[in-house]
Design a protein around this ligand. Structure first.
Ligand SMILES: [Zn+2]
Length: 283
């Protein structure tokens, strides 16, 4: 909740449906690891020191001046964004460490557009540090790790960090010819599925069932980290698909039996966030 700009679509109201769910459904929850100097070591698993230092300077400036600073045309840092950013990263690390079959982390700001040096294309798409890529770079030391990205947008930052790394894989479905205009090709440990605008549940589930499930079996991961973008949903203001909660339910069910950690990425309709996260938590 510390990272906030009421004039921006990616603001703290996105967490309200999740807080409501925790109360209504009496969901068991854990706090992130305490903030300490180790945070910089975790950040450096995925980001360059030059970038970490740059963001730290902006964190301090925003805090001291009590104002919102834009690091590019889409991505802001508010006075206490450093807390949200660091706690999101620390939650990802803790989730790897604890024994629990399914974990959901309401990470904010989102992360999958943040590359090793920040910007990969024209903007970093609301992202500061790549929460899921940091967790994956930490996890891969012990576990064969897969990142599955189901946001409407391609995780160009995650691809930038994960590409050619050992013991870690990335599979993404996303809309083609849409921001950030990447994710058309696949590489050794990166498998991209650009899908047409207007993709509906039938088509989405078909791709997942016929192709992605097979790939996951081949990769045979010990752990799956999911970039959970809720902006594929037809009711999301940024969606260009026609999928509903049915596609998400299919994905959640299909991953049953694996250790899964879900990281919140996009998703800007509070009702949609409520419905889909409720399905996930009540599985
Ligand atoms: Zn997105």
């Amino acid at each position: 909740m510390y990272h906030n700009n009421p004039k921006h679509i990616e603001n703290r109201d996105r967490l309200r449906p999740i807080i409501r769910l925790i109360k209504e459904e009496k969901i068991k929850y854990e706090r992130p690891y305490n903030l300490n100097r180790k945070i910089y070591r975790f950040l450096s698993l995925a980001h360059s020191w030059k970038y970490i230092k740059k963001i730290n300077r902006i964190f301090k400036k925003a805090y001291k001046k009590r104002k919102i600073i834009y690091i590019d045309k889409d991505t802001y840092i508010s006075p206490r964004s450093y807390l949200s950013s660091f706690y999101s990263v620390l939650s990802g690390i803790k989730a790897i460490d604890i024994e629990e079959e399914r974990i959901f982390i309401p990470t904010r700001p989102p992360g999958h557009h943040a590359g090793r040096n920040g910007k990969v294309n024209s903007t970093q798409g609301f992202c500061i540090f790549n929460n899921i890529a940091i967790a994956a770079m930490y996890a891969r030391k012990k576990y064969r790790t897969l990142i599955l990205d189901v946001d409407i947008h391609h995780g160009n930052g995650t691809e930038d960090i994960i590409k050619n790394k050992k013991n870690v894989f990335y599979i993404s479905t996303h809309a083609r010819d849409y921001y950030p205009f990447t994710g058309y090709e696949s590489y050794s440990n990166i498998i991209n599925y650009p899908l047409d605008w207007g993709t509906d549940d039938k088509e989405y589930i078909k791709v997942f069932k016929n192709e992605i499930e097979q790939k996951i079996k081949e990769i045979d991961p010990d752990i799956i980290l999911i970039s959970l973008g809720l902006d594929m949903h037809v009711k999301d203001p940024l969606s260009v698909f026609k999928v509903t909660e049915e596609s998400y339910k299919y994905v959640f069910k299909s991953l049953g039996g694996y250790k899964t950690i879900y990281f919140l990425e996009g998703g800007y309709n509070e009702e949609v966030i409520y419905i889909i996260v409720k399905h996930l938590l009540k599985l």
